[in-house]
Design a protein around this ligand. Structure first.
Ligand SMILES: Cc1ncc(COP(=O)(O)O)c(C=O)c1O
Length: 439
């Protein structure tokens, strides 16, 4: 890798993308000959017409199969990113292909002006499998699901509890999305724009994650419509919410009538080895948001709520594509994999294997690794700051054919497809060991 590229890549500390490989190591047979149209594949042509909202690494992925991806030069990579915790069935999964092929041949989009059987079936599956929650609203992304949860919480606070100045309480280090409301909820200044110009003033207040005293102080100070929290912070560095902390959030909400909203956009749909991340702590929310893995990579998000929080009336909230037949067909294929094919059990087993391997490496390279944390297949390896940052490490892994993604400055995140195989976990650990030995 030339030095200029190294400098460029190291400067993109928060980039959620991967470096170009010098000698990516094929882990299976080559998937197929690369046939990308040069006009499409040219990165210069791309940059001429696409806004630079991402610090992209110079890699062009053209196809995938299972947990492998192939770039336009025919190099293959083990994918431990899964479109950032999204492609739970991996790439080219036949169940997903069949479901959306069949659906697009029948009818793919109609509008929520009409009844949509797939939407009803998906809602029924979600509420059946989610303790305490009764109704679903569908949208297209995690940010939209949280936007819906915020609107619902504010209406609930004003209409049902008579609050005059309701706020949403969220944790420092959280990530809830990029719409104006969800950026305001995201308590990380780096997302708030120059002079905080993207923050909606007065919408959100914050507390320290896993700090009960800080949560209680913030709760005392404000008229709280809802506590919105990730059971496991993803973008904020893979931080697991403790049972005591999430239980305290539940108690504060119970005592006041505020809503407890769990953002399971990243940790939900089986990733942690349970269907929902909060099942590990047995704290039941009033509202839950999910997206990412819900459609296996086909865009869909959902906001579930308990009957007591079900305050939306016709006209209050909507989105054209939300829960359309195509997206719901994809999500139902994921649901079937959960029900019939042991998707969540595999996440638990492979997660345990990966975590054990990471912990062994934590012991062996104690000076280079400061912590291993996470649950199931949402794992983070915190590197010593002397190693030069997660982005540099991610690049070294990509050079060897393993795709990883940073979660903050020094944390390397492991979020492979939930169908990942034992030998692929071993292969990833082997590459990781080489990177650690060299770092
Ligand atoms: C916990 C969490 N909430 C919300 C979002 C936003 O989701 P989306 O990018 O689909 O809008 C993300 C995205 O990474 C996330 O990790």
């Amino acid at each position: 890798m030339p030095n200029t590229s190294v400098r460029l890549l190291c400067s993109i500390a928060a980039a959620a993308a991967l470096a170009a490989p010098r000698c990516a190591r094929p882990t299976q047979t080559k998937l197929a000959a690369a046939t990308a149209d040069p006009a499409v594949a040219s990165r210069e042509a791309f940059d001429d017409v696409v806004q630079k909202t991402y610090g992209r690494y110079p890699v062009t992925i053209v196809r995938g199969s299972g947990c492998e991806l192939e770039d336009d030069a025919g190099r293959t990579y083990l994918d431990f990113v899964a479109g950032i915790s999204t492609c739970c069935l991996g790439h080219g999964d036949q169940r997903l292909v069949d479901a959306i092929t069949k659906q697009i041949q029948e009818v793919h989009h109609v509008s929520n002006l009409y009844y949509i059987p797939n939407q009803g079936a998906l809602a029924a599956w979600l509420v059946k499998n989610t303790a305490g929650l009764d109704k679903a609203f569908f949208c297209n992304s995690g940010g939209e699901a949280n936007e819906a949860a915020i609107k619902l919480s504010l209406k609930h606070a004003v209409q049902e509890r008579g609050l005059k100045d309701p706020v949403i309480l969220t944790a420092y280090g959280s990530f809830h999305g990029r719409t104006m409301a969800t950026i305001s909820a995201t308590a990380q200044p780096k997302y708030h724009g120059p002079e905080g110009c993207w923050q909606v003033k007065g919408l959100a207040e914050h507390f320290e994650f896993n700090d009960i005293a800080s949560l209680e102080a913030a709760f005392e100070k404000h008229e709280v419509a809802a506590i919105l929290v990730e059971p496991i912070q993803g973008e904020g560095g893979v931080r697991v919410g403790t049972q005591e902390f999430l239980q305290k959030a539940r108690e504060l909400c119970d005592a006041s009538g505020a809503l407890l909203v769990f953002d399971e956009v990243q940790c939900g749909v089986g990733r942690t080895g349970r269907l929902w991340g909060h099942e590990h702590v047995n704290v039941i929310p009033d509202v839950l948001t999910c997206a990412k893995a819900l459609g296996g990579g086909v865009p869909i998000g959902a906001m579930l709520c308990a009957d007591k929080a079900n305050v939306f009336a016709p006209g209050d909230h909507a989105t054209t594509y939300g829960g359309n037949p195509l997206a719901c067909a994809a999500a139902l294929a994921v649901a079937r994999a959960v029900d019939d094919d042991g998707l969540v059990a595999n996440a638990a087993a492979r997660g345990a294997q990966l975590e054990a391997g990471l912990r062994a490496m934590g012991d062996k390279y104690a000076g280079k690794i400061t912590e291993v944390r996470g649950r199931g297949l949402l794992l983070g390896l915190e590197l010593s700051s002397e190693l030069g940052g997660a982005a540099k490490f991610v690049q070294a892994a990509a050079d060897r054919g393993l795709l990883l993604v940073p979660a903050g400055a020094d944390v390397v995140r492991f979020v492979p497809p939930l169908v990942v195989k034992a030998e692929q976990v071993d292969a990833a650990l082997g590459i990781l060991e080489e990177c650690l030995a060299e770092a």
